[in-house]
Design a protein around this ligand. Structure first.
Ligand SMILES: [Zn+2]
Length: 448
């Protein structure tokens, strides 16, 4: 038998509910056989934590400044693998497939957004500035690299758009096949174009994302599909880079708040895990609160959180778990990438929001679209899910949940270019159609 890339004594899977363990490289269904819950990836701490916190951050800072001669080393090339010791320490470099993801800008709110959001220090991490235009690439590079180490040659996923683009791109780069299952009429033209261009098999179902996810889960359970969705917890390992990049940007300090949109729950889960990972490596600074934001159209976690708070029980986590139920029918929103009534990672979101003493918000549709428009004026074309976060932050500032002067980092999950239709809905009428191609005509329209 061929030697494994790493042993289950080094890195393994552990059920988040009953602690049952499994071998990461042998696992194909990513669901606990004893209780059906999700897995966490766990690394053997005795061996992986060889250095102290400052020694690691020094290494990561050096890699961030690496020049071209180190380009072929994924730890220099990728802003995710830069943090390999904190993400997937035992994976040999030969299995790593990177598209150069992770090196995204962290920008201060522009003047329009600053005036709109209120009196806080707001930053946006622009995760739409990645190879496939969304934050999914952070997790995708880790998911595909571990799949390669496990000997997988075909992957698949259900998607509201961004996951399928990521899965298709990374599968192709790694030399694997990819099948994506999408809800008809609920993903944008750009999001259909991406998996097609990357060579995936695209299957459209006449239903919602939740229906697509059920079908994919059944295919996974039957052993017919290796999952690229975030039920595959190697995705969450890579998404932790959001936290590490932010900490590195602020000289290894974390902000007061992370604002994230919550769809299937991978972002909320990974922000929380990233914070806990930093703590386990010796970080002693402040712990940011997670603010999870959902639209009025799909808000199962926000609604149950608000109800759990109203119940005023001592243990918010257990009250929240008891009250939580999936939203059987979703509404209409431009934030289609988060239009999910039955999020796969709901248990992890609850765990992480509670651990960070965080909160959840429900955002009105008009307000999230307004946020996208405001960002556009500042020169940042962000997706409607980013709009959901920004609107949620504004609500929290207005209600006093976020104190004045707080440093808040909003996770911008995707590029607005994937959502041109909704963003320009009210603007198409402002286009002036000239009757001819004469310079004089244009000058006249300009008012001269
Ligand atoms: Zn279990």
């Amino acid at each position: 038998m061929e030697k494994k890339a790493f042993t289950s004594a080094q890195t393994f899977l552990q059920c988040i509910n009953c602690q049952h363990t499994a071998d990461l490289l042998d696992e194909r269904t990513f669901s606990c056989p004893k209780c059906g819950s999700l897995y966490d990836v766990v690394h053997n701490s005795d061996v992986s934590k060889l250095l102290d916190f400052n020694a690691y951050t020094k290494i990561f800072d050096e890699r961030a400044q690496s020049k071209h001669h180190l380009y072929l080393n994924p730890r220099s090339r990728s802003g995710v693998w830069r943090f390999q010791e904190w993400i997937m320490p035992y994976l040999p470099t030969q299995y790593i497939t990177t598209l150069g993801e992770g090196n995204v800008p962290i920008v201060r709110a522009g003047r329009y957004l600053q005036a709109w959001i209120g009196d806080i220090e707001l930053w946006i991490i622009l995760e739409g500035m990645t190879p496939t235009g969304s934050f999914k690439d952070f997790g995708g590079t880790v998911m595909i690299s571990v799949a390669k180490a496990a000997g997988i040659n075909a992957i698949g996923c259900a998607s509201t758009g961004d996951t399928s683009a990521m899965a298709a791109a990374y599968a192709s780069a790694a030399g694997m096949r990819c099948v994506v299952v999408l809800p008809k009429n609920l993903v944008t033209a750009a999001q259909i174009a991406q998996p097609l261009v990357h060579g995936a098999t695209v299957i459209m179902l006449p239903g919602t994302f939740d229906v697509c996810m059920r079908v994919v889960r059944e295919l996974v359970q039957a052993g017919l599909l290796f999952p690229a969705n975030s039920l595959n917890p190697t995705r969450i390992e890579g998404h932790q880079a959001t936290v590490f990049l932010t900490a590195q940007f602020f000289n290894w300090e974390l902000p007061d708040f992370f604002g994230v949109p919550v769809g299937n729950g991978s972002n909320g889960s990974s922000i929380g895990k990233g914070i806990r990972t930093m703590q386990s490596f010796g970080y002693t600074g402040k712990i940011p609160h997670i603010l999870g934001c959902q639209s009025e159209a799909a808000h199962p976690l926000s609604l149950s959180w608000l109800k759990a708070c109203d119940a005023r029980q001592k243990n918010v986590e257990s009250a929240w778990r008891e009250i939580y139920k999936p939203q059987m029918s979703v509404g209409v929103t431009t934030a289609t990438a988060a239009l999910i009534g039955n999020p796969v990672s709901w248990q992890k979101v609850i765990r992480e929001v509670v651990h960070t003493d965080g909160m959840m918000n429900i955002v009105p549709e008009a307000m999230l679209n307004e946020a996208v428009a405001v960002c556009g004026k500042d020169g940042h074309f962000v997706c409607p899910q980013t709009g959901t976060v920004l609107a949620g932050i504004k609500q929290a500032v207005e209600s006093g949940q976020i104190a004045k002067g707080s440093r808040v980092v909003a996770v911008s999950t995707a590029n607005g270019l994937k959502f041109t239709e909704s963003a320009t809905m009210g603007l198409q009428d402002t286009i002036i159609h000239a009757q001819d191609c004469n310079t004089e005509t244009v000058a006249k329209i300009m008012g001269f």
